[in-house]
Design a protein around this ligand. Structure first.
Ligand code: ATP
Ligand code: MG
Ligand code: MG
Ligand code: MG
Length: 339
């Protein structure tokens, strides 16, 4: 019997378009002899679209309007063997959709409520990983109310970290809303931008010098494996949205040309982080590596990484001998696995 899979894509976050791109690739790659896949696009307003509108959204790469309330569609999602919530950012990768699917009793690909929520929030991630002994940059939290009522207090907290520093919405991805702040004169604009996207904002010390950027994939549930390590190279100031999604701006090197012991440590730390955060199915764990000092810090954990044919996560597993179709098949099997 073919497995019935519901593929969710789009969604309400700043990563709507990225998600639809990933979904097109996954839809094409799930083997038709094993899976009967129904894609459902979620509009930017959070409404779940019927089949024709979904097809349109996948073609256009965006779903602006239309659709039904989530709850109607989840009720009609009964009868699916598994859901592939290929959604990035808030209202998709952060435990909300995972909670809905858990209540509906439908197995799904990727981390559950806890792992998704904690990994989505950069502050919670840092707190959990610090207690697991994982090296990270210094950071501070600020919430919107403080920025509105005591801006000087927030500015002082930022100054403790020194400049340049990074200002980020705590819950987002694809570098949306992230600024590299070179001095106090750039701080207010960066905070305004981040707070326009999230109630919680993280201020992060910059690594001592420009880091090399390493990424590793993790695959599995309670006995996860790590992929080879990949490296991203680009000439822009940091790995921003444009660099991520403009063809030809970033180079991917797999395996990363780094010492063997650094690669081993990246893979080990990624597995420790995956377990500490209670991730499941998949995650892409991102690191900064300072070649001169040999320092390695964990930047973040993405529980639903970009998933087009040319995205880092599938490429890392391809290098490990797991092709794209095999990888998405494996992810559905992991969703159905007894834990
Ligand atoms: P993703 O699309 O991978 O989910 P994201 O939106 O969660 O990304 P980050 O990975 O936290 O964002 O940051 C984006 C980029 O900003 C990094 O890849 C790096 O280039 C730069 N960056 C972020 N934080 C720091 C830091 N503390 N020191 C140096 N560079 C940083
Ligand atoms: Mg991220
Ligand atoms: Mg992300
Ligand atoms: Mg990142």
């Amino acid at each position: 019997m073919k497995k019935r899979i519901l593929l969710l894509a789009g969604g309400q976050s700043g990563e709507h378009e990225v998600s639809l791109m990933s979904a097109r690739s996954v839809l094409a790659a799930l083997p038709r002899d094993q899976f009967d896949v129904t894609p459902v696009a979620i509009s930017k307003q959070g409404r779940w679209l019927p089949p024709t509108d979904t097809r349109q959204a996948l073609e256009n790469g965006s779903a602006e309007s239309g659709g039904d309330l989530v709850l109607h569609r989840v009720a009609s999602a009964e009868g699916y063997d598994a859901v592939f919530p290929l959604l990035h950012g808030p209202m998709g990768e952060d435990g909300t959709v995972q909670g809905l699917l858990t209540l509906a009793g439908i197995p799904f690909v990727g981390s559950g409520v806890l792992g998704s929520a904690v990994s989505m929030d950069k502050v919670m991630t840092k707190q959990v990983l610090a207690s697991a002994g994982i090296p990270q940059v210094d950071w501070r939290l600020a919430v919107r109310r403080e920025w509105n009522n005591d801006a000087d207090g927030v500015r002082a907290r930022a100054a403790e970290l020194g400049f340049p520093l990074f200002v980020k919405p705590a819950n987002l991805g694809s570098s949306v809303g992230i600024s590299k702040v070179r001095g106090p004169h750039e701080l207010d604009a960066a905070l305004d931008l981040a707070f326009s996207l999230d109630r919680r904002v993280i201020l992060e010390a910059m690594t001592a010098g420009r880091p090399r950027e390493l990424e590793v994939g993790v695959l599995g549930n309670d006995a996860p494996m790590a992929s080879p390590v990949g490296e991203l190279r680009f000439s822009s100031e940091f790995y921003d949205y444009e660099t991520k999604y403009t063809e030809g701006r970033a180079e991917v090197h797999i395996p990363a040309p780094i010492p063997e012991d650094v690669a081993r440590r990246v893979r080990e730390l990624a597995l420790v982080a995956f377990r500490a955060l209670d991730c499941a199915g998949l995650a892409r764990v991102d690191f900064f590596y300072l070649e001169d000092s040999g320092e390695l810090v964990l930047n973040e954990v993405n529980t639903m990484p970009g998933f087009t044919q040319t995205s880092m996560y599938p490429k890392l597993f391809e290098a490990a001998g797991v092709g794209y179709s095999e990888l998405v098949t494996r992810l559905v099997e992991l969703a159905l696995e007894e834990r």
